[in-house]
Write a protein that binds this ligand. Structure first.
Ligand code: DX5
Ligand code: ZN
Length: 226
């Protein structure tokens, strides 16, 4: 494996009363992106955060802001999340009938577009539009909450996607989101993922953000050397 797998901490588990500090901590600890989970209370049962949080994060970091839209009809919202400072706009294939149109709109503004797959959605749901996107996000939990158990079936989907991307000579990143720990992250990397998201494994009471990110990076480095 050549390129290092990137870490994208999700601020869903961060202490939002100290958002700036927490973002700077993950930046100092070598994170590649900040993952922001947007939930609308319809696509998933809960409501989480919206554009004000993206704007606040944008003010304190130049890291990539990876926006995960868990909302119905995301085509109604992609514009404001780009305006707020999002760099990668990820929409669920289950939430829209026109993922291709969203991909065009996002790319026309010079931003990157990702398509997310729920655990129950097969890779075939996005095969046709794979050449038009920059990233595929494989959900390894049912979206809605952090700190859930990793769903093993996600690894087979990552492997299938890796094959499709390599065979097609495409430049599409594979991101795994949900239940990632220092034990799970290397298995995602071996299956072919480029980016792993982690919320509760980064922001918790067990250790500092820096220590947690170092543990994840060291676990990944062990497989990258193989
Ligand atoms: C789940 C979110 C995830 C979540 C991950 O709906 O999309 O990004 O924050 O949390 P952990 O890493 O704790 O499973
Ligand atoms: Zn997410």
């Amino acid at each position: 494996m050549s390129d290092a797998v990137k870490l994208a901490p999700s601020i869903l588990s961060a202490d939002l009363s100290r958002l700036g500090e927490q973002v700077r901590e993950v930046e100092m600890a070598g994170a590649a992106a900040i993952h922001i989970d947007v939930m609308d209370g319809r696509f998933v049962p809960v409501i989480s955060m919206g554009t004000p949080i993206v704007e606040a994060a944008r003010r304190v970091t130049s890291l990539t802001l990876d926006i995960h839209l868990m909302v119905v009809e995301p085509e109604r919202h992609v514009g404001v999340f780009m305006d707020a400072g999002g760099d990668i706009i990820n929409v669920h294939v289950e939430a829209t009938v026109h993922p291709g149109r969203i991909a065009q709109e996002v790319r026309s503004r010079g931003k990157r577009v990702g398509i997310c797959l729920n655990p129950g959605t097969p890779v075939s749901a996005l095969e046709e539009i794979l050449p038009e996107v920059d990233q595929v996000m494989v959900m390894s939990v049912n979206p809605g909450w952090s700190d859930q158990r990793f769903i093993e079936g996600a690894l087979g989907k990552v492997e299938s996607l890796r094959r499709l991307i390599d065979e097609g000579g495409l430049r599409v990143e594979i991101e795994v989101d949900g239940g990632v720990t220092p034990e799970i992250a290397p298995r995602c990397a071996l299956a072919g993922a480029n980016v792993v998201v982690a919320a509760s494994a980064v922001f918790n009471d067990r250790a500092s953000v820096g220590e947690n990110l170092t543990e994840l990076r060291e676990a990944l480095a062990r497989v990258e050397r193989v």
